[in-house]
Design a binder for this molecule. Structure first.
Ligand SMILES: Cc1cc2nc3c(=O)[nH]c(=O)nc-3n(C[C@H](O)[C@H](O)[C@H](O)COP(=O)(O)OP(=O)(O)OC[C@H]3O[C@@H](n4cnc5c(N)ncnc54)[C@H](O)[C@@H]3O)c2cc1C
Length: 301
């Protein structure tokens, strides 16, 4: 079932994000992770689109393989970075021909070394433009990104919400967040969106913390709030317990979001299944997601 249909089904979705690795070792880890995640009976798996270079062509291959070999609904991420409209059209046509039904339409970040995003001369400057292009030409369900604590470049949260509304008006049907740790920010953001007419389902992108060192990087990259209470909780035990505490923090965060009507949880698994599996098991034990005893299919190496 395509993603929007699942989101409108009344039961929250549980999904996972993977990325195409750069080297052989990374692919071996990914196949193990795919087998593990397939045992969790995900509603869908999304695959990121690289900032540039050879992994970009792997996104389409990977979503096709996951869908064909594991029988799991997939979503390909796609960005405007460095692409003309014709190139984007080719990629989207390949997705449709491969039987993919969902795309996460993004602008993308400026390439390393560039301060500002420069659109391709015959490309798109904003995700909303890409969304309009997809909507008018391809039979795909369209997701987009949102930032409960504001996109780093946005002049204000209000302006960012106006552009989220534009993405919806141009054809986006659901939206997935940047990582966040402070649910209060998300609830305030959701209220502001509702007041501006953003009605598409909100999925929360949840990042299980593995190490304390990651927190500084997350803050630098996304500008997210790192609550003091979270740092205190993660640091309370022995250093080797941080990953387990990260799982506990994410479980509690998801539990709160689910109680407060989130349409779906999207786990940023970073191609590692351990934390994502534990969070999934915890949420199932808490009665949030049904246990589906489907036999997993094996991914071919
Ligand atoms: C769930 C999720 C998945 C992601 N996956 C990937 C991935 O696979 N690959 C990757 O490279 N990156 C990915 N990203 C990162 C994303 O590409 C960056 O955050 C990027 O900087 C913004 O993309 P966007 O689609 O939100 O852009 P936009 O919606 O275009 O917004 C970018 C900025 O421009 C502003 N803006 C938007 N529209 C207008 C307008 N019409 N006029 C003026 N200003 C405007 C916004 O306020 C914002 O500050 C992902 C992000 C999320 C949240």
């Amino acid at each position: 079932m395509p993603i929007l249909d699942k989101l409108l089904n009344g039961t929250p979705t549980l999904s996972y994000e993977l990325f195409p690795p750069k080297n052989t070792g990374g692919w071996a880890t990914l196949y193990t992770t795919m087998a593990e995640i397939s045992r969790l009976s995900p509603d869908y798996i999304s695959v990121t689109y690289g900032a540039g270079g050879s992994t970009r062509s792997k996104t389409v291959d990977l979503v096709s393989r996951i869908q064909d070999e594991l029988g799991i609904e997939t979503m390909a991420h796609l960005t405007c970075v460095g692409h003309s409209r014709d190139e984007l059209r080719d990629i989207l046509q390949t997705l449709v021909k491969s039987g993919i039904r969902n795309v996460l339409a993004l602008r993308g970040d400026p390439p390393k070394g560039d301060k500002a995003f420069k659109p391709h001369p015959d490309g798109f400057a904003h995700a909303s433009d890409l969304i309009g292009f997809i909507k008018g030409n391809f039979p795909l369900q369209i997701g987009c990104a949102y930032y409960p604590e504001k996109h780093m470049e946005a002049v204000s949260l209000e302006a960012d919400i106006d552009f989220l509304k534009l993405k919806q008006d141009n054809g986006a049907q659901f939206t997935i967040s940047q990582l966040f740790f402070d649910n209060g920010s998300f609830y305030r953001f959701r209220d502001k969106c509702a007041a501006k007419g953003v009605t598409m389902p909100f999925v929360a992108g949840i990042m299980p913390v593995l190490t304390l060192g990651q927190l500084t990087r997350f803050k630098e990259l996304s500008g997210c709030i790192i609550p003091d209470s979270m740092v205190a909780f993660l640091s309370a035990g022995k250093p080797e317990e941080v990953t387990q505490r990260g799982v506990e923090f994410a479980t509690t965060q998801c539990q709160d979001l689910l109680k407060n009507g989130i349409a779906g949880i999207h786990l940023y698994s970073l191609n590692q299944s351990q934390s994502s599996s534990r969070i999934t098991e915890n949420l199932r034990k808490l009665g949030h997601f049904p246990v589906t005893p489907e036999a997993p299919k094996a991914a071919k190496a």
